[in-house]
Design a binder for this molecule. Structure first.
Ligand code: IPT
Length: 944
């Protein structure tokens, strides 16, 4: 072991620098001419007078502790066609103790906002102070529980505390506003502030932001629907753009087939002067019932997205959307709220926790490209919808008052219906009366467009949906799609008869009175070249859901580029005659590019690709996939038992004495002294208690109460002997219906003689802090740790001391949420540089056992290979997983559901030495089955 110490120290030092990536040089203060004006009206946001369609995805940087992966995920979000991101800022993540703030390394949100700016993603910032988000304390730091005065009100104690937070975060946000050349387009105050509201507080949040130079529109996300009051649309505390959160599909992931249990999901207009804002629109779900996130992904899958998102677009005319979540991430360390979530916050999102793209991503892409390409959508009013000949299918319409472009939603009248129906729409389009045949198969919805100037073309109508169109190399390239096997028709108008060539697929054309009509069945990818007719040439691509999703659009200085194939296109650049793509592949395959005229050559990921011109005017070539990777087997495990705290002779003289008799907690202590961990500065993770007494001889049991959060446990020893464990409570109430007996446990003591000395040792889990959903302190200020202790029948006085992770001594790199108060954590056993004597592994017994091993990786530089740690065993134990000192997850082997944990690149050294440490808390004797490394995905990325 000794031998290993030195290299580890070196690795640890090197590592700290990797983890806490130095901040990039800050751009000099933005020159005023880089700034843009942000305004809005009842239709949309505007930047320098140009309407903006905000289609944003929610992303939590604090759930992805790796700057390099921020870029990866944000590039994936951008590539899906999102025009923006919505970001919560988590106060607890930055503040271990009052007055202490950290914005470095994985907390460097200044860098994060540099990145959104560099990627051209508009950013809605949501700094709370309260965010909910299934984060511990709803984003409130645990130290706030000791601050008197109701949180989320204008009580002085709370006011002073949140001003401290805003004084730190607001200046960072302010310098990244669109008005100063940055990406921040809107600033959201509070979160679903609907119960126990205090308008003066709501107003002060905004006044404070304005005083810090925030000059973009201020927004709010109202809970659920406008039946919740106030909506913050008027009166004291009103925001400029009030928005609504919609979760029509509920969080019942275990029944993914149940359709829209929480209603229509139409975002309400809360203000006549501001755009309709779907601040949080459901794009996944919390796994409340531990059904597994794949079920949540099914619950909120493409069918839901098609039906609800498109219905909402046309019903509400919303031009501001935030989809919650685009990427969920990981509740690493003690970040998660303890009752509703576990380590993974995958959320069933379009991008998985392992950063993979799903069929939900494809649907986002189809819709995102559409809302981005078709500008008239940014200003629409309700319009008469064409009648549907088949009453099973309903229609709803909007039109743009300037261009008269019409948008018609077609879907089942009964939203639960799954039948396939054909209809004919009696459509009075801006270009004349038409009978338009449409088919809807099952849970689907289409937005059909009529009267649209599609580049240089005139689209009269189409029963295919528009995905995107671009002017590339002097012609319009348009991509339309429908479900495979469904009939489609498109009508385009020309001053004179154009010439039409069907390059591939089966498309029938007809010409009548200026209308070119194309009829086809959606299958594969049909290609039609149209030229002449008094308009610029056009390449019309007619795809299916699947083939359309194979396209990527991206901008270059030389104009837009469309790419077909690859797993992902991150960005493109044109230099001379070469188009350079940054793209990922999962397997060898074809790539086809539609690029500016100058382009003759193609490089992908820095490698040149042999290309040939196609009859479609594109260039095509082949790409290779990733090389297979082999992972080391985890072996050489070493072991070290802990919990010396359970022994009677353990020296606890330097521990904190529990001597308090009062607490600001709304829950009155049932016994004294106060044992609440937070009242003594121990906020996160496990806490140890030791109670000393001199027996009277009448003791029979020790009766305890502990609050741990759902699924937490505590364990009890007497004079070194294990007495057993009990489930901790979630919540105690101080008002009826009263539960003043949370997490009870009664432990039998051995017979004691009068005058005999006894030591009770208790290890209590703290899985995190409740949220403050109801803004009344009752949940949020619930204590953690022991909340009651007594020796029934005895008059002996128990002197208690406690020990844990103190808020004044948080890990300066990994932050306050990384570790708790286990002996091994207090002595750095989780750190790469841990010394001490470690032995051959033995199975865990009651208490805590540590296991460590090292492994080297040499993953290919030009591949992205997310790795996971997989546990196969089950038993009465829980495992805290430390990767190079970072607590990346918690495996609850007795409850589940999660067995595989993400080892995020950045914390994981992909080429180098890594240390894995496991703290196994067993409730009983357990079998030891070490975890293994697994490849979660493998992509070739080329030079990144
Ligand atoms: C909405 C919250 O605003 C958000 O923070 C998150 O908690 C989300 O729910 C659920 O994941 S609250 C709404 C569902 C009532």
């Amino acid at each position: 072991m000794r031998r290993l110490l030195l290299p580890f120290l070196v690795a640890a030092v090197a590592f700290a620098t990797v983890a806490a990536l130095p901040a990039a040089p800050r751009p000099a203060a933005a020159a005023p001419d880089r700034g843009h004006e942000v305004t809005y009206d009842r239709y949309s946001l505007k930047v320098d007078g140009e309407r903006v369609f905000l289609w944003s995805g929610e992303f939590h940087y604090f759930r992805l502790p790796s700057q390099q992966l921020w870029r990866d995920v944000l590039e994936k979000i951008r590539a899906a066609g999102f025009t923006g991101v919505s970001l919560y800022f988590n106060w607890a993540y930055h503040s271990p103790a009052p007055g202490q703030y950290d914005f470095s390394g994985v907390r460097d949100v200044d860098r994060l906002l540099d990145l959104t700016e560099e990627l051209g993603l508009y950013t809605v910032v949501r700094p709370g102070p309260y965010i909910n988000a299934e984060a511990s304390g709803g984003g409130f730091p645990a130290w706030l529980k000791q601050v008197p005065g109701r949180a989320r009100s204008s009580a002085p104690g709370y006011t002073e505390a949140y001003h401290e937070w805003l004084d730190h975060i607001n200046p960072i946000i302010a310098r990244h506003q669109v008005t100063r050349g940055g990406s921040v387009i809107a600033y959201n105050v509070e979160n679903e502030y609907a119960a126990n509201t205090d308008a003066a507080y709501m107003q002060d949040l905004q006044d404070t932001a304005r005083a810090a130079g925030i000059d973009v529109p201020i927004t709010h996300n109202q809970c659920c629907d406008a039946s919740w009051t106030p909506t913050w649309a008027s009166g004291l505390g009103a925001v400029q753009i009030p928005g609504v959160d919609d979760y029509p599909q509920s969080f019942e992931c275990q029944t993914p087939e149940v359709w829209g249990p929480w209603g229509e999901g139409v975002t309400e207009r809360l203000s006549e002067n501001a755009p309709v804002y779907g601040a949080e629109y459901q794009a996944g779900a919390i796994d409340l019932h531990r059904a597994g996130y794949e079920k949540c992904r099914e619950l909120t899958g493409p069918a839901f997205m098609k039906y609800f998102y498109k219905s909402n677009l046309i019903a509400s005319g919303a031009t501001m959307h935030g989809f919650y979540m685009a990427f969920g991430g990981t509740n690493w360390g003690w970040l998660g709220q303890p009752n509703d979530v576990y380590t993974s916050y995958d959320y069933g999102a379009a991008i998985t926790e392992t950063r993979q793209l799903t069929e939900k991503y494809d649907e986002f892409k189809r819709q995102g490209y559409f809302v981005r390409a078709v500008a008239p959508l940014t200003r629409t009013d309700p319009a008469d919808a064409p009648a549907s000949a088949n009453p099973a299918l309903g229609t709803l319409a909007r039109s743009n008052p300037d261009t008269r472009t019409q948008f018609v939603l077609v879907r089942h009248a009964d939203r639960a219906s799954t039948t396939t129906e054909d209809t004919s729409l009696d459509w009075s389009t801006p270009d004349g009366e038409y009978q338009v045949p449409v088919r809807v198969s099952g849970r689907d919805a289409k937005i059909l467009v009529a009267g649209y100037d599609l580049g240089g073309q005139r689209l009269v109508w189409s029963s295919s949906e528009i995905m995107t169109h671009e002017r590339i190399a002097g012609r319009d390239v348009a991509l339309l799609y429908g479900r495979s096997g469904e009939p489609g028709a498109t009508v385009l108008r020309y001053p004179s008869r154009p010439s039409v060539r069907v390059l591939s697929g089966s498309v029938r054309t007809s010409w009548r009175d200026g209308d070119l009509r194309l009829d086809y069945t959606h299958a594969g990818l049909a290609r039609v070249a149209v030229s002449g007719g008094g308009r610029p040439p056009m390449l019309l691509l007619l795809g299916t859901d699947q083939t359309a999703a194979e396209f990527w659009r991206t901008d270059t200085d030389a104009g837009p580029v469309l790419v077909r194939g690859t797993e992902l296109v991150r960005s493109a650049r044109v230099g001379g005659s070469t188009l350079s793509l940054r793209a990922d592949t999962a397997a060898p395959g074809e790539v086809e590019v539609f690029a500016p005229r100058s382009v003759r050559r193609l490089t992908v990921g820095g490698e040149s690709v042999r290309v040939r011109p196609t009859t479609s005017g594109s260039l095509a070539g082949r790409l290779h996939g990733p090389a297979p990777v082999r992972l080391p087997k985890l072996s050489g495990w070493r072991y070290r038992p802990e919990a010396p705290e359970s022994r009677p002779d353990f020296d606890d003289s330097r521990w904190t004495v529990a001597d308090r008799t009062t607490s600001v907690s709304p829950f009155p202590p049932t016994t004294l002294p106060v044992l609440f961990a937070g009242d003594y500065g121990f906020d996160y993770g496990q806490v140890w208690y030791r109670g000393h007494f001199t027996a009277t001889g009448t003791e029979t049991t020790v009766d305890l109460n502990a609050i741990t959060g759902r699924d937490g446990v505590y364990q009890v020893w007497f004079n070194g002997r294990y007495l057993g464990s009990a489930r901790g409570g979630v919540q105690a109430d101080s008002e009826p219906p009263v539960n003043q007996n949370p997490g009870p446990g009664s432990f039998r003591l051995p017979a004691l003689a009068p005058g005999e000395r006894g030591v009770i040792s208790v290890l209590v889990e703290n899985l995190g802090h409740n949220d403050d959903w109801t803004a009344d302190d009752n949940r949020f200020k619930q204590p953690r740790g022991l909340v009651g202790a007594s020796l029934p029948g005895s008059t002996a006085t128990v002197r208690w001391r406690l020990q844990g992770a103190h808020r004044e001594r948080a890990d300066p790199v990994r932050g306050p949420l990384n570790t708790g108060g286990l002996y091994g954590e207090r002595h750095g056993w989780h750190l790469p540089e841990a010394g001490g004597s470690w032995a051959a592994p033995r199975p865990p017994g009651p208490g805590v056992s540590w296991y460590r091993t090292d492994f080297r990786l040499d993953l290919p530089r030009d591949q992205d290979v997310p790795l996971g740690l997989r546990f196969d065993g089950t038993g009465p134990y829980r495992v805290q997983i430390y990767l190079n000192g970072w607590q990346v997850g918690r495996h609850t082997a007795d409850l589940g559901p999660q067995r595989e944990f993400v080892l995020p690149a950045g914390l994981l050294r992909e080429r180098g030495a890594n240390t894995l440490a496991l703290a196994v808390t067993a409730l009983d004797e357990a079998a030891w089955s070490p975890p293994r490394l697994v490849v979660q995905a493998n992509h070739w990325t080329g030079r990144r």
